[in-house]
Design a protein around this ligand. Structure first.
Ligand code: GLN
Length: 479
């Protein structure tokens, strides 16, 4: 074999017909990862991958192996992996080796999936371009002068460049869906509470969710079947019965009501993105869906709400990096100076910006003006979505207002950078599931279509996304 299979289904079929082995797939993925020219990987775990592949081959030979057994995957380096360095792309965690794995990693281990390594990201997942990594920016495989999106840029690129079959990212305000869009792959943020956050470096705990990237919707659904479910280590996970998430993949959209929120087609969106998304809507209509004009009036406030709540939670979560408990320690004359020097040298500029914003928003005297007001608007945003889902089965929007932008174009302008997530972060604020699927191109660069559904309605998301995948164009790219 010269290239990795595109999907988990293809890989599983080849493995079951003995046309390849887990060991061969792992070698292919390792070779591609080592040859990567996009700075997508922070660590290639070759010894670990080979050992996992050997056990996967044994399970496959014994028969009755799970579908993901022997399938290579890549892990965003903000997800803890036992015995394997986990840095969140920060100098402050350089050299940190977790004593246990995140629940999501354990669940993929239990399937026999083969982890190839850890992928690059914006430091602590703060960013939309993967330029905020302490270990250098990630490059977009469609055009290496451009960003891959972020913060899970490395995980999106590893899939888009054919270095792995699927990967995991985290999404706090768009960090799976936006890079999926900019790299031309599928990416899902599950409903808040679907996937355990145990063992994942916390950014903004009421918004963070782990989710998969892949080349097709079915692989994403297969990975979700492995990940979803209650975890005693994360009290926010919901004890729901296991669901066959792939059952409706072939059902199509005939008779479904798809909401098109007018607030998501606004000035500032690139004309090529709007054209691609309008064409997708027309195609879904031809397939028998009914398009319903809807309004989500508080959309405009999403960004403001997110940039209060998210830095507030981050400022609390990141107090643990104090030079005593984890990673870097830069000693000072006394404890306070050790804190200051460790954090001063360990954190990058964007992380510091968020910590200052968050600490300010939570400080006495400002708490009511900012944080508690933001929580009230958060409730309104959630209510508007709930109200919309009494009328429609799913909502369709662009994933991002722009295609991949040149490296360096927005780094000095945080506000313009933050606008990248205007269409994705309301979904986190409301705790809903959202998926981005490739939706043609604009100027040769991928565009993403976002499908949003009600809480715990991932099966509906997959149904709509798979129907569009069959009629729309997907993009492939050479490494
Ligand atoms: N780009 C957004 C931010 O910078 C979202 C990041 C994320 O989802 N992790 O906060």
């Amino acid at each position: 074999m010269s290239a990795l299979p595109r999907t988990a289904r293809e890989a599983a079929d080849l493995l079951r017909r003995r046309e390849t082995s887990a060991a061969e797939l792992a070698e292919l993925a390792l070779e591609r990862a080592y040859a990567d020219g996009h700075n997508a990987w922070l660590l290639v775990a070759d010894g670990h991958a080979r050992a996992q592949a050997r056990s996967a081959d044994e399970r496959l030979r014994a028969g009755d192996a799970p579908l993901l057994c022997g399938v290579p995957w890549a892990c965003k380096d903000i997800i803890g992996t036992r015995g394997i360095e986990t840095t969140a792309a920060s100098r402050i965690l350089k050299g940190y080796v977790p004593p246990y794995s995140a629940t999501v990693v354990e669940r993929l281990d239990a399937q026999g999936a083969v982890m190839i390594g850890k992928t690059n990201l914006d430091e602590f997942a703060m960013g939309s371009s993967s330029e905020n990594s302490a270990f250098g920016p990630v490059l977009n495989p469609h055009d290496r002068t451009r960003v891959p999106g972020g913060s899970s840029g490395g995980s999106a690129v590893a899939v888009a460049a054919g270095q792995t079959v699927f990967s995991l990212g985290t999404d706090t305000g768009g960090s799976i869906r936006q890079p999926a869009s900019l790299c031309g792959v599928v990416g899902l943020k599950p409903t808040y509470g679907r996937v355990s956050r145990y063992g994942v470096v916390a950014f903004a705990s009421s918004l963070d969710q782990v989710g998969p990237f892949a080349n097709d919707v079915e692989t994403v659904a297969m990975v979700c079947e492995a990940l979803f479910g209650v975890d005693e280590h994360d009290a926010t996970t919901m004890p729901l019965p296991a669901e066959p998430l792939r059952a409706g993949l072939g059902d199509g959209v005939k008779g479904l009501r798809l909401g098109v929120p007018r607030e998501y087609f606004v000035e500032g969106m690139e004309p090529g993105v709007e054209r691609a998304v309008r064409a997708a809507l027309a195609a879904l209509e031809r397939e028998g869906a009914e398009l319903v004009d809807i309004s989500l009036p508080s959309t405009d406030h999403g960004l403001a709400v997110y940039y209060i709540i998210q830095p507030a939670e981050a400022s609390a979560n990141l107090t643990r990096y104090d030079g005593v408990r984890y990673g870097l320690r830069v000693a000072g004359a006394d404890l306070a100076e050790t804190y200051r020097r460790t954090r001063g040298e360990g954190f990058g500029a964007e992380v510091k910006r968020r910590l200052i914003l968050g600490t300010y928003a939570l400080s006495a005297g400002y708490y009511d003006a900012y944080y508690s007001k933001a929580q009230k608007v958060r409730t309104l945003i959630k209510r508007e979505f709930d109200e919309a889902f009494t009328k429609v089965d799913a909502i369709i929007t662009p994933t991002s207002p722009s295609v991949a932008f040149p490296i360096g174009a927005k780094v000095n302008d945080p506000l313009t950078m933050y606008l990248n997530d205007a269409f994705t972060l309301p979904v986190n604020i409301a705790g809903l599931p959202g998926i981005s699927v490739p939706c043609g191109t604009s100027g040769g660069l991928p565009v993403g279509l976002q499908v949003i559904a009600g809480s715990y309605q991932e099966a509906m998301l997959f149904r709509v996304a798979a129907a569009y995948e069959r009629i729309g164009g997907t993009m492939e790219v050479a490494a």
